[in-house]
Design a protein around this ligand. Structure first.
Ligand SMILES: Nc1ncnc2c1ncn2[C@@H]1O[C@H](COP(=O)(O)OP(=O)(O)OP(=O)(O)O)[C@@H](O)[C@H]1O
Ligand SMILES: [Mg+2]
Length: 135
């Protein structure tokens, strides 16, 4: 039985940290001996959410906030995995250009559930693995 484990990372919202965080998440899932599909889906989705923070979150300036990005991953002993990618910026509600707009679509395609909370900055909450047992 795998143990419940958590990973929490915070760093400046800069492009050079995206692959570092993605690799750290992959290493965390490897250490938990996650299956390959779960690992690939989770790192792919997290990579898209992280790239969005770097590109969009602080595009309107970040004079009064720290331009950080955070990743929080929680692996449950029953195989469920949730990943939150969050920032202190502002979500940009506009229709992406015709040749863009793939990141959130990719996330929604690979995650079992996706929630985007924009009440304080942006927090993309992605859930993977088996559904919770019905009570
Ligand atoms: N962290 C974020 N902060 C602010 N806006 C965001 C954030 N994440 C997504 N968005 C908004 O949601 C839109 C859709 O994101 P999505 O990743 O699907 O497309 P994209 O980043 O514009 O293009 P692509 O991912 O194809 O390169 C973005 O264009 C942006 O307006
Ligand atoms: Mg994107």
């Amino acid at each position: 039985m795998k143990q419940k484990s958590e990973l929490r990372l915070c760093c400046p919202a800069q492009a050079r940290y995206v692959s570092l965080i993605r690799h750290a998440l992959g290493a965390f899932l490897d250490a938990l001996q996650c299956d390959r599909t779960l690992r690939e889906d989770a790192t792919t989705a997290a990579g898209e959410a992280l790239a969005n923070v770097v590109e969009h979150a602080y595009a309107r300036g970040c004079l009064s906030v720290t331009c950080d990005l955070q990743l929080f991953a929680r692996f449950e002993s029953d195989g469920r995995l949730s990943i939150e990618v969050s920032d202190n910026g502002s979500f940009i509600r506009r229709k992406p250009a015709l040749d863009r707009g793939f990141g959130l679509r990719i996330i929604r395609a690979v995650a079992r559930k996706t929630i985007i909370d924009t009440s304080r900055g942006t927090c993309v909450i992605m859930t993977f693995g088996p559904a919770s047992p019905k009570r």
